[in-house]
Design a protein around this ligand. Structure first.
Ligand code: PXP
Length: 252
């Protein structure tokens, strides 16, 4: 398993954040998505937030029309978002918390408390052919609940691990990394496909990329920031290189 290919999903939300700062059409997140694709991204991730603070409905329409790689559509578990997802039928739908009451103390989606509701919510998405992923903390109770409701994928929340690293609290960082490692193995043992993401950078990506059970990393903010300094394609290519190195030179 350690030689399996690790996919890189590029999150383009923050290209839209910069665009929206001026209210015009530039920079275009779809152009960024195409560039990321050419630079080796295996997928594009976009989060259509309820308040439309970055990605818009029109961005999603255009991504669906133009992408050659799979779209991972991040959304809250609301009726409005379900309708949009069912209209587009993206390759993957990743359910993420947007409101405080939807998240666990660790920051992932609170699945265990909302099991029945979420099971009903994801059923039509699965029936439409979307791979349903749940953005979740490294918490066994939440992973078991995600499995019971019929999700095919979990995405482990790496935000706390990255925050501890940035704060220089390396003991807490390593403890969080150990939980992520254990929970990646646990989720895999249940038959779930394991992804990871949030806050990853060149400094933090390799220990997570090295988990053999992780099949995909979704990375956005750091790479869009790094693109200011070295350009988007080189920024993506360097992330790809680090991931492959951590994986021991993965081959297709
Ligand atoms: N994965 C999920 C589920 C997310 O919600 C986000 C942020 O939108 C990311 C990955 C990417 O996080 P970042 O932009 O910090 O790399």
């Amino acid at each position: 398993m350690s030689n399996s290919v690790l996919r890189l999903g590029i999150n383009i939300d923050h290209v839209a954040t910069v665009r929206n700062a001026r209210g015009g059409a530039y920079p275009d997140p779809i152009r960024a998505a195409k560039l990321a694709e050419e630079a080796g991204a295996d997928g594009i991730t976009a989060h259509l937030r309820e308040d439309r603070r970055h990605i818009t409905d029109e961005d999603i329409d255009r991504l669906v029309e133009t992408l050659s790689v799979p779209l991972n559509f991040e959304m809250a578990a609301t009726q409005e978002m379900q309708t949009i997802a069912l209209r587009h039928k993206p390759h993957a739908v990743c359910l993420v918390p947007e409101k405080r009451e939807e998240r666990t103390t660790e920051g992932g989606l609170e699945v265990a408390r909302e099991e029945n509701k979420l099971a009903h919510f994801i059923a039509p998405l699965r029936d439409a052919g979307c791979r349903v992923s749940i953005f979740i903390a490294a918490d066994q109770k939440q992973i078991e609940a995600a499995h019971r409701i019929g999700a095919q994928v979990i995405e482990l929340h790496t935000g706390a691990y990255c925050d501890f690293h940035a704060e220089g609290d390396f003991a807490a960082r390593d403890k969080e990394l150990e939980s992520l490692r254990e929970m990646a193995a646990f989720a895999h043992s249940l038959g779930l496909e394991v992804h990871a993401g949030h806050g990853l950078s060149y400094e933090t990506v390799q220990p997570v990329a090295a988990f053999p059970e992780v099949m995909e990393l979704n990375i956005g903010h750091f790479l869009i920031g790094e693109a200011i300094f070295r350009g988007l394609a080189p920024a993506v290519q360097e992330m790809r290189r680090l991931m492959d190195e951590a994986r021991g030179g993965a081959v297709a």
